[in-house]
Design a protein around this ligand. Structure first.
Ligand code: SAH
Length: 443
């Protein structure tokens, strides 16, 4: 692993990133605030939701999030590029190339530690602009001698047609036309700039089964959450209704009686307000089953907590915190990921590691070595400044260093020294430490 980091660090290639002025979504903001409604207009999404509420009654927060973010006609993610300076928020891969490079090394390191399988699928959930995958694939190319003879394919799970086209622009070779078929489960196919097959799906279920590494960066936080409030009458779900006092405005209300989603609450819950994300549970179960069956690993990075936080539902628009009920469809909606819930949903089928703070994970992955190499190889003051600013944003505990966490799912065998697969290309089975979650083992 240490050899890998040094080898990757030696390769010089600076990939320019946006200037870093912006808001990251891990910033905390309590929902339902009294913030002035800067953008209090009736959007097509608001009109749609009001019709819905008028005809069938108040909706759950999960239904609201799902409609606002991924409704095929008007959803926030469906028709725009929300990332970066001109968008609504910025993410780690958009800040510094080093982030994706170190994740690329993590996957190679896990592939090596589990016996160098002859082939693997790299599957990313919610790839945004494709920047993170681009950085990972650059590392794969740079370490081509390590990966030679390994058959790699890339699989992207993305609901937004618009973002999938941006991902294709970032990742694929322009000279080779993309195959598109909106009716198919694999709605787009192509070849990456480094010659690997790449396919797009709307749902993880549609990705072929097989030895895979999974990646989800700032993906779980956009999945819909149900919210519950403890009251003297017991737990009540938070719903969204039309405000009878103000025309064209929504408001939070409490369900008058028990709702079906309350089945997701823990019997011994001690908090008085809880957010639960059943969609995240379904995805974790799918990942766990696949990893238990065929090996591989999942790396999940997001802002979140370990079952301690309460009301984290918030919105972002133009790098500002935004009231979640105002002008729906124009702002991103997000809630902190509850890693204790993800761990529970793995149901013991696989082992889990983390959550580990981003600053610790990246330090263990060798971010300082990589920064030094890139810094020393560039004479350009603006490049050097950008590298330092990017490092500070990712690592500073006041910025993204503490709020963001890494969490991994691995086959039990990975932590106990037995190799999952036996095939001709495998070398020794290994129980070496999992990179990032512990100090690097210098070879
Ligand atoms: N991982 C990227 C982008 C994060 S934004 C980064 O860190 O920069 C969230 C991403 O998840 C977007 O690509 C969005 O379109 C996608 N997404 C949101 N809901 C989804 C769903 N239900 N299924 C698949 N992709 C989804």
């Amino acid at each position: 692993m240490g050899v890998l980091v040094r080898s990757a660090a030696r390769q010089l290639c600076y990939a320019a990133r946006a200037v870093i002025p912006c808001t990251w979504r891990g910033k905390y903001f309590s929902s339902g605030s009294d913030e002035p409604a800067a953008n209090n207009r009736v959007t097509p999404m608001l009109r749609h939701l009001m019709y819905k509420i008028k005809s069938t009654g108040p909706i759950t927060v999960a239904e609201y999030m799902k409609e606002v973010l991924t409704n095929p006609a008007k959803g926030y993610y469906m028709h725009r590029d929300m990332l970066g300076e001109k968008g609504d928020f910025i993410t780690s891969p958009e800040i510094s190339q080093i982030f994706g490079e170190l994740l690329g090394i993590w996957f190679i390191s896990e592939w090596m530690a589990t016996g160098k399988n002859v082939a693997f699928q790299l599957v990313e959930l919610g790839p945004g602009r494709g920047t993170l995958m681009g950085d990972i694939l650059r590392v794969f190319s740079q370490l081509g001698s390590v990966l030679k003879n390994c058959d790699i394919s890339i699989h992207l799970v993305e609901v937004s047609q618009n973002l999938s086209e941006l991902q294709a622009l970032t990742l694929t070779e322009a000279k080779i036309p993309l195959e598109q078929n909106p009716e198919s489960l694999v709605y787009m196919k192509g070849v990456t700039k480094s010659g690997l097959p790449i396919s797009w799906y709307r749902d993880l279920q549609d990705v072929p089964k097989g030895y895979s590494f999974f990646l989800a960066h700032e993906f779980f936080d956009v999945l819909p959450v149900h919210k519950f409030q403890k009251t003297p009458q017991g737990w009540r779900e938070v719903l969204i209704d039309i405000d009878p006092q103000v025309s064209g405005k929504l408001r939070f209300v409490l369900a008058p009686c028990v709702t079906p989603a309350q089945a997701f609450l823990q019997h011994d819950e001690i908090r008085d307000h809880v957010e639960v994300c059943p969609d995240a549970g379904v995805i974790i179960q799918e990942l766990s089953e696949r990893i238990a069956l065929t090996g591989g690993a999942a790396l999940i990075a997001d802002y979140g907590h370990d079952g301690t936080k309460t009301d984290t539902f918030r919105g972002f628009c133009g790098h500002e915190l935004h009231d979640v009920l105002i002008a729906p469809g124009t702002a991103d909606l997000t809630a902190d990921v509850d890693f204790s819930y993800l761990r529970r949903m793995a149901q013991g089928k696989v082992a889990s590691l983390g959550p580990t703070e981003q600053q610790t994970f990246l330090k263990n992955m060798g971010i300082d070595v990589r920064l030094k190499v890139l810094f020393n190889k560039s004479d350009e003051p603006s490049v050097r400044q950008q590298l330092l600013q990017g490092y500070d944003m990712l690592m500073n505990p006041q910025k993204m260093g503490e709020r963001f966490n890494f969490f991994a799912l691995l086959p039990h065998e990975r932590l106990h020294g037995r190799s999952h697969h036996i095939n001709a290309c495998q070398s020794r089975p290994s129980a070496s430490p999992v990179a990032g979650f512990g100090e690097l083992a210098w070879q």
